[in-house]
Design a protein around this ligand. Structure first.
Ligand SMILES: [Zn+2]
Length: 158
């Protein structure tokens, strides 16, 4: 079964990078920890947080709910901690999850993308992926390459 996350606000940057790696990472932006725990339990998500109180909850101490207490402030170190703890792959499934809304991307017909991307992009890129929620288009262009490079840097840092 694929591993899924719920990311607490206090380590919110992790959500972006886990999505770039291709993991389902829901960002929890509410204040109510109880609600986050409920969602985690209902959707079978691993909690990522800096909040030690969450780690003391019965559901977590009993092992019914998995939570990882993030120790570092540095995003590279945070990511490394999660990758190590759960044996994740930095290159799990790149280019498959919307970075903005955590939806699984769907391949878009190249002809349908023609009107939506700059001509030089259309000429050189074959594969287009679309978010079913925000309809943002993704392709392996310069923006994507920059993110991949940054991820590689984060991955290699440790
Ligand atoms: Zn989206």
């Amino acid at each position: 079964m694929e591993i899924k996350f719920i990311v607490d606000n206090n380590v919110g940057k992790l959500a972006k990078w886990l999505r770039i790696m291709g993991y389902d990472a829901l960002l929890f932006s509410g204040e109510d920890d109880g609600k986050m725990v409920k969602v985690a339990l209902a959707q079978n998500r691993v909690i990522l947080t800096k909040d030690t109180q969450i780690m003391k909850r019965r559901l977590v101490t009993s092992g019914r709910l998995k939570a990882i207490l993030i120790e570092d402030d540095d995003i590279g170190a945070q990511l490394h901690q999660v990758v190590e703890a759960l044996n994740l792959d930095y290159h799990f499934s790149p280019f498959s999850v919307c970075i903005e809304c955590n939806q699984r991307l769907i391949e878009k017909d190249r002809d349908a993308a023609r009107e939506l991307v700059p001509p030089y992009v259309f000429k050189t890129k074959r594969l287009y992926m679309e978010c079913p929620s925000c309809h943002r288009l993704y392709w392996r262009g310069t923006h994507w390459q920059a993110m991949s490079r940054e991820l590689k840097k984060l991955a290699g840092k440790q």
